[in-house]
Design a protein. Structure first.
Length: 347
């Protein structure tokens, strides 16, 4: 895992590569080679919980205009049930989806069962690409989880600037926390803080008598309503709430965690070529721009997410392997046990 102190310096080389390859439009030629076989299949069934994660209606219209004759259908299985459903279908000899978007932890179960197709990055993109499980799971976006604040209750001047600021007495009983601890676990798993500092911080957060939630979605509802003033949340969801008029703003406390969200094609897919074509389009500059409208992009030059992180002066830490994801999950489990909210211990 790599901690970046300057987004500008870290992405200078990437920006040059992005501009050069975009002008050459090499991705168009690559995907055009997949199109005839994909068109013969005529459809791709993609699992995602929200079509905004793949560009929304505007993005899908762009895809279908560029590749007519291919219908994009969605199966909105929740990520938590996706692995078990696919495994059961595979045992029955027929899967109902071709490809899916998820986090690496859920894809890992399917990779272990040998259910994911290996795809060489050079088949789909001319851009640098992070992959997992020997090219069976391809990174699509950076999912930023951190903290946000209610702008009707907190001014920009008084908002928390650091993680330690969350311990200010002003946030007692006004701090909304996802009891799973995912927004702070990376501080230990990525060795940003030592054990002593980290677990002291975890204990002091509990002493703030926070408003506990079991998921970030619940936390963000409470934040939007003003029940709490500062709370956990994801960048994409906060941006969606803002677009609907909610008085919320993302914080980007540094270092912020960029979780991986990616996609994979199933070996037993009924429409494998159409699935690969759709994945390639999602990775293309066109697909990235479509997803960026909904804050579901990567922190790379040219995206709104990159500009927001840069403007906030945020350091970002990335997960580059499944081992790093597992390490963070393990810390999250220890936080959950320490807080005792979900495990039944006395709060």
């Amino acid at each position: 895992m790599r901690l970046q102190s300057s987004l500008v310096a870290a992405f200078a080389a990437a920006a040059a590569l992005f501009n050069a390859s975009a002008s050459a439009a090499g991705w168009e030629d690559m995907l055009q080679k997949l199109y005839p076989a994909a068109k013969q299949e005529g459809e791709v069934v993609f699992n995602t919980e929200r079509e905004e994660e793949v560009g929304g209606k505007e993005g899908l219209a762009q895809f279908q205009k560029r590749y007519p004759g291919i219908k994009v259908s969605f199966n909105g299985l929740a990520g938590a049930v996706l692995p078990s459903r696919v495994i059961l279908e595979a045992k029955a000899g027929h899967v109902t989806i071709d490809a899916f978007r998820s986090d690496p932890s859920r894809a890992a179960t399917l990779a272990e069962k040998g259910l994911l197709m290996t795809i060489g990055p050079a088949e789909l993109t001319d851009q640098p690409l992070t992959t997992f499980f020997d090219n069976q799971f391809l990174k699509l976006s950076d999912h930023i989880t951190n903290f946000a604040y209610n702008t009707a209750s907190v001014t920009a001047a008084t908002r928390p600037k650091t993680y330690e600021d969350l311990l200010d007495p002003r946030w007692q009983r006004r701090l909304i926390l996802d009891a799973r601890g995912g927004e702070i676990a990376h501080l230990l798993s990525d060795h940003i803080w030592d054990e002593t500092k980290f677990w002291d911080f975890v204990s002091k957060l509990k002493a703030q008598r926070p408003i506990w939630t079991t998921r970030n979605t619940e936390a963000m509802v409470k934040l939007s309503s003003g029940e709490g003033y500062v709370g956990t949340g994801s960048y994409a969801a906060i941006e969606e709430l803002k677009s609907k008029g909610a008085p919320v703003e993302f914080l980007f406390l540094s270092p912020s965690l960029a979780q991986v969200r990616g996609g994979a094609v199933l070996k037993m897919a009924a429409h494998p070529n159409a699935a690969k074509l759709f994945m390639g389009w999602l990775l293309s500059p066109e697909g990235l721009k479509a997803r960026d409208r909904y804050a579901v992009s990567t922190i790379t030059p040219g995206t709104t997410l990159y500009e927001r992180a840069k403007a906030a002066g945020a350091e970002i830490t990335y997960e580059k392997s499944i081992e790093e994801v597992i390490a963070r999950d393990d810390v999250g489990t220890r936080i959950t046990d320490t807080w005792g909210v979900l495990t039944g211990a006395k709060n």
